[in-house]
Design a protein around this ligand. Structure first.
Ligand code: ARG
Length: 276
């Protein structure tokens, strides 16, 4: 009697051990498209790393505010990321063709892009501003009309400059990346650069010898918000919307912001936008 009870106990224990073993092997498997969270899937993130301080290359590594931000948001959502610098136009080609999972590249959320792509909730507020040499006669956006203006091709900066100069204007010089536009200004091939405020403001701060200044014209340039770019219909959008809101609430976003901008962020507007 005693012996058979022992055998039964051993058998039952073995049965449950076997069951739980099956359970673990299932959740720690390698495919796991269904769960996505039990094991960390690595997402391919593309960017145009020529837009400091948001994304740029430092000793062969892609770094910047956006990079730390996307790593934190991905971690919060249970993902690893592999970040690749592909260039501005290729960012859109890859997301459209779904060869990348998402893009982070200071990308302004706008209606035109929304027709082809999905965006996360906003994570950064921006506006275009004008960078000119000190002593330039350019004092506002209207002054750009008969001047040579350098912009990055395919950006909201190009769009804003086109509104002022007209689309076919030869005085509008379009470059593959924003650093080339700045080089043109440095080499006196242009009178001004129009680009995102943080980028030109940081440039002026970090390159005092260039003697550039930044001009704001809130009447000419709209308020913009950056979002993470996804292929249309990507299930990642909902997961990142959630994780972005979470890191904005839990202090992680503020930590990253302080690391890059040395000041506490004012999150009122961003939070308002995220919860719209
Ligand atoms: N915010 C602007 C836009 O979406 C410029 C972004 C450029 N980003 C970059 N990594 N070069 O058009």
């Amino acid at each position: 009697m005693k012996k058979s009870k022992l055998v039964l106990t051993v058998l039952i224990t073995a049965f449950f051990l076997l069951l739980s073993a099956c359970g673990t092997s299932k959740t720690s498997g390698t495919s796991g498209e269904d769960s996505g969270k039990s094991e960390k899937k690595t997402l391919r993130v593309v960017t145009d790393a020529a837009y400091a301080p948001f994304e740029y290359q430092d000793k062969g590594e892609v770094v910047g505010f956006d990079i730390d931000f996307i790593k934190a948001a991905a971690k919060q959502a249970g993902y690893e990321v592999k970040i690749e610098h592909v260039g501005w136009d290729p960012v859109f080609v890859e997301i459209k063709g779904k060869t990348a999972d998402l893009a982070v590249s200071s990308i302004t959320i706008n209606d035109e892009r929304k027709q082809t792509y999905d965006f996360s909730v906003p994570y950064f507020m921006s506006t275009n501003k004008i960078m000119v040499p000190q002593g330039s006669p350019i004092k506002n956006a209207q002054d750009l009309k008969d001047k040579v203006v350098a912009v990055q091709n395919g950006t909201t900066g190009q769009e804003a400059a086109e509104k002022l100069l007209g689309e076919e204007n030869k005085n509008l010089k379009k470059f593959k990346d924003n650093n080339l536009a700045i080089m043109e200004l440095k080499g006196h091939g242009a009178d001004a650069v129009v680009a995102d405020n943080t980028v030109v403001e940081e440039y002026v701060k970090n390159n005092p010898k260039d003697n550039f200044v930044v001009i704001e014209d809130a009447a000419a340039f709209e308020k913009e918000f950056y979002g993470v770019l996804f292929p249309k219909g990507s299930k990642l959008k909902a997961e990142f919307d959630k994780s972005i809101k979470e890191i904005t609430e839990n202090g992680e976003y503020a930590k990253i912001y302080k690391k890059w901008f040395k000041v506490e962020p004012d999150l009122t507007e961003i939070k308002k936008q995220q919860n719209k």
